[in-house]
Ligand binder design. Structure first.
Ligand code: BYC
Length: 475
């Protein structure tokens, strides 16, 4: 499983042994670089960035740090080692050997899953394109770029699968991944959240906390796949995903900490006074949280989905930690509770076949994980001895996908009339004024070891470096 790092495309899949595939990927490579230069981090191509690069898939050996100009980053193809004797863990093919090649009858669904996953990766890089010019520190700038290059590598991971296993239509899909654009009216990215803007660093931290966490859950579900190459590549992607969520969670924590310091100092919780002191007030943080959380939970798809049932039964996509679950892994007789709007002010519960509710099952796993993250944020406020707390909105709040899409629901979970929604929306979701205020704080800080006044410094530096390390040489 050693990685060939001297090849044009670093890989541990013995690319040289398959000349046709190698040529096809080497043909795609310059198009990827063109895409990176056109839509990747704006104005950054000459920067030298202190990045980690994968050189081995072994647990402790893959992170190699050094200064790199991003267009020269060694994007490549890395799969976790083959598990010998693997069998499919769930669905109608349970107990059969895992597939090393694409099973003909599931080809279209498998391709669709890989394309949807692949589409999110370049989308996020496009969404974050302009953030580099307003980074609150070199530490944060470096983290942004680390995430961007790794999303680029995750795109490579899906493109490898498309090229290697899906022939001509796979190659066409790989090309289309470089053609769609986040937010484009004519050719947008596939999923809703990936067409939203990430206009400022608070949005970036919320995105990497919540939306990358969708990545964690979806990738875990794909890591269970009976199609072994997909399972092995997503297992390796997950090792990178963890850092993205760390950047989000610690980023928001640092914003909260700074806000709390100012609130204590001024002895006020008045948002206007807090803002006047140059930090982000807690109600604005809550509205950003409400937005990113609700947009992200839509990414799990419709609460009742025949696609989800088919993906599971055909062994293509499992549940989060499938193997650790104590049931028959077929789920044909199981049921699950979903929420539905009714005529009154309450949502009602309905038992539905679990197979059809697997998107909801994964969403609920995500929600539990998000509650733990929220607890850590609230501990920052608690430690500051302030009574305020942040909360996750109800899962029916601000939904666009599934049976809750038509309901107007408050963050507490109350169905509200249109008049109440219109009157209260500005308390629940970021307003133009909030976004303009946050934007007004976004001035770049480029001296090593210094941080913008709206965010606390991190607790630890990257890779044991000193706190005032020059993470990015701007040239
Ligand atoms: N926006 O039956 P349903 C990551 C569509 S994040 C727009 O529920 P399904 C990352 C759906 O396509 C992880 N459309 O669909 C994070 C379908 O369309 P058609 C990404 C949506 O297939 C940060 C229709 O509605 N990976 O890695 O069961 C940075 C009916 O819905 C949306 C994956 O998502 C939406 N939000 O569920 C970088 C894993 N939701 O067929 C990266 C692969 C649904 O009627 N994807 N629709 O035209 C899947 O497993 C599934 O496609 C989904 C959707 C769970 C996303």
């Amino acid at each position: 499983m050693s990685i060939n790092t001297t090849d044009k495309i670093p890989n541990n899949v013995d690319l040289v042994a398959d000349k046709t595939l190698q040529r096809a990927l080497e043909h795609w490579q310059p198009r990827f670089i063109d895409w990176w230069r056109e839509t990747g981090p704006d104005g950054s191509h000459g920067f030298e960035v202190y990045l980690r690069t994968a050189i081995s898939v072994e647990r402790d050996g893959w992170a190699n740090f050094g200064y790199v100009k991003m267009p020269e980053y060694r994007w490549g193809i890395f799969l976790n080692p083959v598990q010998s004797g693997g069998t499919i863990a769930f669905g109608d093919h349970k107990g059969q050997p895992v597939w090393k090649e694409v099973p003909g009858e599931h080809r279209a669904n498998l391709r669709r899953i890989i394309v949807t996953q692949g589409d999110t990766e370049p989308a996020s890089v496009e969404q974050q394109r302009h953030l580099g010019s307003t980074a609150p520190s070199l530490y944060d700038l470096r983290n942004l770029f680390q995430i961007n290059v790794e999303e680029g590598r995750h795109l490579w991971a899906m493109v490898y699968l498309l090229h290697r296993y899906f022939g001509r239509d796979g190659r066409e899909e790989a090309d289309a991944l470089l053609e769609r654009r986040s937010g484009d009216a004519d050719n947008p990215r596939i999923l809703g959240a990936f067409n939203e803007r990430t206009p400022d660093w608070l949005a970036f931290f919320m995105f990497t906390h919540f939306t990358d966490r969708d990545g964690k859950f979806q990738l875990n579900a794909l890591a269970e796949s009976g199609f072994e190459p997909l399972a092995r590549t997503t297992q390796f992607m997950l090792t990178e995903e963890a850092y993205h969520m760390f950047v989000g969670e610690s980023g928001v924590s640092r914003v909260i900490q700074r806000t709390c310091e100012v609130m204590k100092q001024l002895k006020t919780d008045d948002p206007a006074q807090v803002r006047a002191a140059g930090v982000i007030d807690l109600p604005t943080l809550q509205r950003y949280l409400n937005f990113h959380y609700s947009v992200t939970i839509d990414l799990f798809g419709a609460d009742q989905s025949s696609n989800a049932a088919i993906f599971y039964s055909s062994g293509l996509k499992g549940r989060f930690r499938e193997a650790k679950r104590n049931d028959d892994h077929l789920l044909k007789d199981a049921s699950y509770t979903v929420l539905e709007p009714t005529a009154g002010t309450q949502l009602s519960e309905r038992e539905v076949p679990m197979l059809n509710a697997l998107n909801e099952v994964l969403r609920d796993d995500f929600i539990r994980d998000s509650e733990a993250g929220l607890g850590r944020w609230n501990r920052v406020i608690e430690k500051s001895e302030l009574p305020d707390r942040l909360a996750l909105p109800h899962k029916a709040f601000n939904r666009r996908i599934g049976s809750l899409a038509d309901a107007l629901v408050s963050p507490e979970g109350r169905v509200v009339a249109e008049s109440e929604w219109s009157a209260r929306e500005r308390d629940w979701l970021p307003t133009d004024g909030d976004r303009a205020f946050v934007a007004s704080l976004m001035t770049p800080v480029v001296e090593p070891g210094r941080y913008a006044s709206w965010i606390a410094p991190p607790r630890v530096a990257v890779n044991g470096q000193p706190m005032d390390y020059e993470y990015v040489r701007l040239g």
